[in-house]
Write a protein that binds this ligand. Structure first.
Ligand code: HEM
Length: 529
C-alpha cells in the first residue's frame, strides 16, 4: 500500500484560510438549519404525522404523485398503511383509505375537518367561498347548506321535477334509436349521456333547455358552454407554483381572464334570472308543485330574502349545482354501461327484471324503481367500483386534530380515498368484480351512513344532490337497458373494454365507451317525447 503524501494532508493546529472559509460556510448552514428547526418546532411542536414518502426540499412529493391520484394513493396505502401523509409543495396532505378512518374523518372529527382548501382558481370562481362547495365551514356555509336541505333538495321538489328527468331520458332514447336506424353501428355512449345530463341539469337548475328539438343549441346555451370551457382552461392553467406558496408571486394569475370569465357567467345568469323575475320564464309559485316551475332559479329567487342571500351567492350557488351535478351523473352511467357490456349476464338479469316489471308496452318510469331492486343494485355497484369523484372533494382541518393516532395540523388538507375504501379486500368479497348481487345479499346504504361505500361522501359535507344524482343515474340506466341490448363493437370481446381511468378530479373513462345498441322494444316506445 502506498504511503500518503504528508504534504497533501491538512495539518491540524495550523491556521488555514481556505479551510476556515469552508468551516465557516458549514457552520452557517448548520446554524441556519438548527434555527429553522427551532422555528418549525415552535410553530408545529412535535407533530406525529402519518407515515408517507420522504418529502424533498421545497417541492415535497409533488413529482411522485402520479396523475391518477386515487390509484397512486391506493398503492401508497399498501406500503404506508391506511393513513398516510405527503407534501404537495408546502402543503401537508393526509389520505385515509379505510372505512374506520373515513368514519373518524367524516363523523367523529367532522366538526374540525369540514373546511375546504382553496386554490387560487377556486377562490376566484367562488368569490372567496361565497358559494357552497368552496365555503369554509362557518355561519355562511351553515345557512346555505340549510337552504339546500330545507328548500332545494326536498322530496317534494325532486318529485315535481320528475317529469323533466323522464322527458329528457326519453329524448336520449329517441336520439340513440334514430342513430341506430340510420345505420350508425357503433355509438359513442358518452355523447348521449353528456347531452342528457346537460339538458337535465340546466332544466333543473336554470329552468331552461338550451337545446331545441333538432338538437341545435341556442345562443344562451352556446355562451353557457363557452363559459364552462373557458373556466376549465383557466383552472387547469395553474401549475406547480400553486402548491409552493412562496413561489406564487413568480407566477401571477391571469386576473383579467378570471374576471372576464366571472363577468360572462354573471351576465348570463342575471339575464336568465331576469327572465323569471319579469315573468318571461316558467316562474310559477314555489308552493305550486306543478313540474318545471320547481327549478332552482325559481326557488332561489323566492327564498333569497328569507335566507338573506347576496346576488353573488345566488349566482355561485347555481353554478355549483351545474358543476357538481352534470359530469358526475354522466360519468357514473358510462362506467355502469361499460361494466354491463363486460358482464353480459348482469345485463341480461337487469333486462329480465325490467321485462317482468315493466313489460313491452310502456317505458320504465321512476315510479317503477321500488319494484326494480336489481336495477338499483346495478347503480349502487357502479358507484362502488367507479365513484365519479374517487377522492371526494378535499377537506381542510380547521383545528389541530388526531385521526388514527396521528396528528392532522390545522390548515392541512385531508382526502378520503372513497375509491380505495370501496375496493378494500378486508371488507368486500371479490372487490374488483362487478357483482350487483352483493347489494341484494345485504342492505347497504351508499348515501353516507355506511362507511364501506361512500361515493357521495358522508357527514356535514355529504353531497346534497345524492338523491337527485341517484334517481338520474337509475332512470338513465333503466331506459338504456329496457330499450336496447348493448354489446361491444364488432370484433371486440366484452373483456377487452378498457377500464383505465383518465386523471382529474372527476374520473372519466380514458377511452370513451364505444358500443353497439340493438333496439329490443316495439318501435312506438322510442318516440315518447
Ligand atoms: C352520481 C352523482 C353524484 C355523486 C357521486 C356526487 C358525489 C359528491 C361528493 C363525493 C361530494 C363531496 C363530499 C365531500 O366533500 O365530503 C359532493 C359534493 C357536492 N355535490 Fe354531489 N355528487 C353527485 C351528484 C350531484 C348533483 C346531481 C348535485 C346537484 C345538482 C350535486 C351537488 C353537490 C354539491 C353542491 C356539493 C358540495 C357540498 C358541500 O361542499 O357541502 N351533486 N358530491
Amino acid at each position: 500500500m502506498a504511503e500518503p503524501d504528508l504534504d497533501e494532508m491538512p495539518s491540524r493546529g495550523v491556521i488555514d484560510l481556505a479551510g476556515l472559509q469552508v468551516d465557516t460556510y458549514y457552520t452557517v448552514v448548520v446554524a441556519t438549519a438548527v434555527v429553522l428547526l427551532f422555528i418549525l418546532k415552535a410553530v408545529w411542536p412535535s407533530k406525529k404525522l402519518a407515515p408517507g414518502p420522504r418529502p424533498r426540499p421545497f417541492v415535497g412529493n409533488l413529482y411522485e404523485v402520479k396523475p391518477v391520484r386515487f390509484r397512486c394513493f391506493m398503492e401508497w396505502a399498501e406500503k404506508y398503511g391506511p393513513i398516510l401523509s405527503f407534501w404537495m409543495g408546502t402543503t401537508l396532505n393526509t389520505v385515509v383509505s379505510s372505512a374506520a378512518l373515513a368514519k373518524e374523518v367524516l363523523k367523529d372529527q367532522d366538526q374540525f375537518l369540514s373546511g375546504r382548501p382553496l386554490t387560487r382558481a377556486a377562490a376566484r370562481f367562488s368569490r372567496n367561498g361565497q358559494d357552497l362547495i368552496w365555503a369554509d365551514y362557518g355561519p355562511h356555509y351553515v345557512k346555505v347548506r340549510k337552504l339546500c336541505t330545507l328548500e332545494l333538495f326536498t322530496h317534494k321538489r325532486l318529485e315535481a321535477l320528475r317529469s323533466v328527468r323522464e322527458e329528457e331520458v326519453g329524448g336520449m332514447v329517441n336520439a340513440i334509436y334514430n342513430d341506430c336506424q340510420t345505420g350508425a353501428g357503433t355509438v359513442d355512449v358518452k355523447t348521449y349521456l353528456s347531452a342528457v345530463a346537460f339538458n337535465n341539469i340546466t332544466r333543473i337548475v336554470f329552468g331552461k333547455k338550451f337545446v331545441n328539438q333538432d338538437g341545435e343549441i341556442d345562443a344562451q346555451g352556446k355562451e353557457f358552454k363557452a363559459v364552462i370551457a373557458e373556466g376549465m382552461k383557466l383552472g387547469a392553467s395553474l401549475k406547480t407554483s400553486e402548491h409552493i406558496k412562496y413561489l406564487r408571486w413568480m407566477f401571477p394569475l391571469q386576473e383579467e381572464a378570471f374576471a372576464r370569465n366571472n363577468a360572462r357567467r354573471d351576465n348570463l345568469t342575471k339575464a336568465i334570472m331576469q327572465e323569471f323575475a319579469t315573468g318571461g320564464g316558467d316562474r310559477g309559485s314555489d308552493a305550486d308543485s306543478a313540474g318545471s316551475s320547481q327549478h332552482f332559479v325559481n326557488a332561489l329567487l323566492n327564498f333569497q330574502k328569507q335566507y338573506d342571500l347576496s346576488e353573488v351567492t345566488v349566482i355561485t350557488l347555481l353554478w355549483d349545482m351545474i358543476t357538481a351535478g352534470m359530469d358526475t351523473t354522466a360519468i357514473t352511467v358510462e362506467w355502469a354501461m361499460a361494466e354491463l357490456i363486460r358482464n353480459p349476464d348482469v345485463q341480461r338479469k337487469a333486462q329480465e327484471e325490467l321485462d317482468n316489471v315493466v313489460g313491452y308496452e310502456r317505458v320504465v318510469t321512476e315510479g317503477d324503481f321500488r319494484d326494480l331492486p336489481y336495477l338499483q343494485a346495478v347503480a349502487k355497484e357502479a358507484l362502488r367500483l367507479h365513484p365519479p369523484t374517487p377522492l371526494m372533494l378535499p377537506h381542510k382541518a380547521t383545528e389541530d386534530v388526531k385521526v388514527g393516532g396521528f396528528d392532522i395540523p390545522k390548515g392541512s388538507t385531508v382526502h378520503v380515498n372513497a375509491f380505495a375504501i370501496a375496493r378494500d379486500p378486508s371488507t368486500w368479497k371479490d372487490p374488483e368484480s362487478f357483482r350487483p348481487e352483493r347489494f341484494l345479499e345485504e342492505d347497504i346504504d351508499i348515501k353516507g351512513t355506511d362507511f364501506r361505500v361512500i361515493p357521495f361522501g358522508a357527514g356535514r359535507r355529504v353531497c346534497p344532490g345524492a338523491q337527485l344524482g341517484l334517481v338520474l343515474v337509475q332512470i338513465m340506466l333503466g331506459r338504456l337497458l329496457h330499450h336496447f341490448t348493448w354489446s361491444p363493437p364488432e370484433g371486440m370481446r366484452p373483456e377487452d373494454i378498457d377500464l383505465t381511468e383518465r386523471p382529474g378530479v372527476v374520473t372519466f373513462m380514458l377511452k370513451p365507451l364505444q358500443a353497439v345498441a340493438t333496439p329490443r322494444l316495439p318501435s312506438a316506445l322510442y318516440r315518447t317525447v
